[in-house]
Design a protein around this ligand. Structure first.
Ligand code: GLV
Ligand code: MN
Ligand code: MN
Length: 413
């Protein structure tokens, strides 16, 4: 059989994506499938059902990661892995994460119906809680599996309603019996939408990122003094929300002040007691700083911390900071990245060597095995929003490149 000529079934891929998009569908065309929610469970059940139809060996570990194993000719050889995540952001899009899972499934369906036997086994993965928006930080499933994060620390993470990660994992029936932990992997691929504007701007279809920016997450807690807003003079107030507002603007100015490729964002804030006629006495907000240069982020954070301390002191609002998460930048395997660019050329798709600004499970996988990603364009560069969209032809193109990449690696002896 001409394996190089093998192509996925684009209609079937689209049907799978559209069926998945009905689970947690939001009124404006997106999805909300927060990690370990009822919607996550429903989508996992459907995924497992589809894996069973391919006669795959299914393993669910005690982090809720789902693995489907397609045996190879020689199962003593380390497997090729490919996957992404089923969970989404609140009011997220229909492609982030799920494209990589459904794209891999489509590649496996294509191998199955063509009775292709590869040298090495192939494992499809759905990683638990990639988004980190319900349970911070992100990439918890791959973090524990790769040996980077401690399982019991993750189990005790709570959401904004004080629900524990482990309790929610048990509740949806996905706390498997297998201890979560790595095995040798020959190559890891992750197929994903770009989530930014570069491919569209450059008019290219396939992106081959050289790696992923570093990610630093911090949680800031401020204390103020609550009081009646009417009788309390402006002078002498300890308004925690005003302190936060000043800090947020300082952070927004940081990239310009520092130069380089830095981006810095406050995306989440809780204000207490959140009443229009009470001076706020408690605020929590998050900080996300990213760059290709890890030391640049550390320097930026040092500056910002000093500003935060000055603001907190001046306004009489004690501050507590949690350094929640730091993931250093990931430089992908050059041979695999070149492989993606070569396959794009052979299959007739234009391509671009680029960088990933978004975080992915591939960041942790890159620490333990050769890793690469395949990107396709996001329309208007929009992602983590309900209007997130990617052309069906581009979904097909990326899945074809993924299929060929998997085949190439899985037939290496
Ligand atoms: C993952 O979704 C990220 O925050 O980049
Ligand atoms: Mn994603
Ligand atoms: Mn995401």
């Amino acid at each position: 059989m001409d394996l190089k000529g093998l192509r996925i079934n684009s209609k079937r891929l689209r049907n799978s994506l559209e069926e998945m998009a009905t689970i947690g569908a939001t009124p404006n065309g997106g999805v909300q499938r927060l990690a370990l929610s009822d919607e996550d469970k429903k989508a996992r059940d459907l995924f497992v059902k589809w894996l069973k139809e391919l006669d795959m060996g299914i393993t669910i570990d005690d982090m809720g990661n789902i693995f489907g194993n397609r045996p190879g000719r020689n199962d003593s050889l380390s497997p090729v892995m490919s996957g992404s995540h089923i969970d989404s952001q609140p009011k997220g899009g229909r492609f982030d994460g799920i494209l990589g899972v459904m794209g891999t499934l489509e590649a496996l369906r294509t191998l199955h119906e063509n009775k292709v036997v590869t040298e090495r086994p192939i494992i499809i993965a759905d990683w638990t809680n990639e988004e980190g928006s319900r349970f911070a930080p992100a990439m918890l499933g791959s973090g524990v599996w790769s040996g980077t994060l401690d399982r019991d620390w993750v189990y005790d993470r709570t959401d904004n309603n004080d629900k524990r990660f482990e309790d929610e994992l048990t509740r949806i029936g996905y706390k498997g019996s297998e201890p979560s932990g790595k095995w040798p992997v020959h190559a890891y691929y992750e197929y994903h939408i770009e989530q930014g504007p570069v491919l569209e701007k450059e008019g290219k279809i396939i992106g081959a990122p050289k790696g992923i920016l570093c990610l630093h997450w911090y949680d800031v807690y401020l204390e103020g003094e609550a009081n009646q807003v009417g009788p309390t003079p402006m002078e002498g107030r300890h308004d925690a929300l005003c302190a936060a507002a000043e800090m947020i603007l300082k952070m927004n100015e940081l990239p310009q002040r520092m130069g380089g490729d830095l981006v810095a964002t406050v995306g989440e804030i809780q204000n207490y007691p959140n009443s229009r006629n009470i001076i706020p006495d408690k605020v929590h907000f998050t900080v996300d700083i990213r760059s290709w240069d890890d030391s640049h982020v550390l320097k930026a954070w040092e500056l910002l911390r000093r500003d935060f301390d000055e603001i907190a002191g001046r306004r009489g609002c004690p501050i507590r900071i949690e350094e929640t998460w730091q993931v250093r930048h990931a430089s992908f395997d050059e041979r695999l990245v070149k492989g993606i660019l070569g396959i794009a050329k052979e299959t007739g798709y234009s391509s671009l060597y680029m960088v990933s600004g978004a975080g992915h499970d591939a960041s942790y996988m890159n620490r333990i095995c050769p890793t690469a990603m395949i990107f396709v364009p996001s329309i208007g560069g929009r992602s983590h929003v309900e209007v997130e969209n990617t052309r069906w032809e581009d979904c097909e193109a990326g899945a074809n490149v993924l299929l060929q990449a998997i085949l190439q690696s899985a037939n290496e002896k």
